[in-house]
Design a protein around this ligand. Structure first.
Ligand code: SAM
Length: 291
């Protein structure tokens, strides 16, 4: 087995050899600890029969760890300068394909019909570029791609929001979306010191095990997420006040109150106290009362 890419000396050697500089605008903080990456691969539950979608391979540190444990790896990298580097660093692996593409513009559905037609399951993973962490997460979750897990490294503060429970400061619309589509688990904290260049904050690894069925039943899923976003519009305001603002001055205030009664929720509650099932009940109430 070749030496891990994710060590300080190898990373520096690769950067020097290819005369590469880090692009801050693309969130390029490369990881220098292969043990952490192996924990990530482990958490993803990938097997030798599975395919992997990786977001942002950089110089290939996580890619090679997956290549050793999976059937096939497809990695999306936006930075053209990294293509010859990845050709070089991953030359020992015949089961890796690099796509030079923005992950947010990729037609992932097509991947499942073609490239992954001969793999058992597919996992998605990445050490996410911090400037588009949420859009990437939502792209994977909302599209309901047939993936088994989504195992991602991100700023600790965002990771905490994904896994947060009601009644905590970190709990918000991102927590609800993530927990609606997946079971989320914090795998480990990753200190800022294991990245090159070193970011200002620590990171965390979150594993989302994609659900086959949402944990709550809602009649109108789109309305559910609209209500959740409206409820958290101003965290210091009560739930009733946020929803009043959402329906506007011309909205039916009595119907709004009736919807709260239907759901058994006090208007003076704050959105952060509501569980997924309470948001589901409130949404169904709003639908029933035609708010
Ligand atoms: N996987 C490597 C590691 O762990 O060391 C690099 C991770 S680095 C935090 C994020 C990577 O995502 C960079 O290589 C960056 O160029 C790439 N990237 C940034 N925006 C992207 C996008 N929209 N689509 C695909 N890759 C992107």
């Amino acid at each position: 087995m070749t030496k891990d890419i994710a060590t300080p000396s190898r990373t520096k050697a690769i950067m020097d050899k290819h005369q590469l500089s880090f692009k801050k605008s693309l969130g390029q903080n490369f990881i220098l600890d292969a043990n952490i990456l192996r924990r990530m691969v482990e958490a993803s539950g990938v097997t030798k029969e599975d395919g992997v979608i990786e977001v942002g391979p950089g110089i290939g540190a996580l890619t090679e760890q997956f290549a050793r444990r999976a059937k096939k790896v497809i990695a999306f990298e936006i930075d053209q300068r990294l293509l010859p580097v990845l050709d070089d660093t991953l030359s020992d692996y015949t089961n890796v394909d690099i796509y030079h593409q923005d992950i947010l513009k990729a037609n992932m559905q097509e991947l499942f019909e073609t490239t992954f037609s001969d793999t058992k399951d597919v996992v998605a993973a990445g050490n996410l570029p911090y400037y588009i962490t949420t859009p990437i997460l939502m792209a994977f979750l909302e599209k309901r791609l047939p993936i088994k897990t989504l195992t991602v490294m991100m700023q600790k503060e965002v990771g905490e929001r994904l896994a947060a429970k009601p009644g905590t400061k970190a709990y918000g619309s991102l927590s609800i979306a993530a927990q609606y589509y997946a079971e989320t688990e914090e795998v480990m904290t990753v200190p800022a010191t294991v990245f090159m260049p070193r970011p200002h904050v620590d990171s965390t690894i979150i594993c989302c095990r994609i659900r086959t069925q949402p944990p709550v039943q809602v009649e109108d899923e789109q309305l559910f997420f609209t209500v959740v976003r409206a409820a958290f519009a101003q965290r210091r305001k009560t739930l009733m006040n946020n929803l009043r603002h959402w329906i506007g001055k011309k909205g039916d205030q009595d119907a709004l109150k009736a919807a709260f009664r239907y759901a058994g929720i006090e208007g003076g509650t704050r959105a952060e106290m509501l569980s997924l099932s309470e948001f589901a009940a409130l949404t169904d109430g709003l639908l029933k009362e035609k708010v």
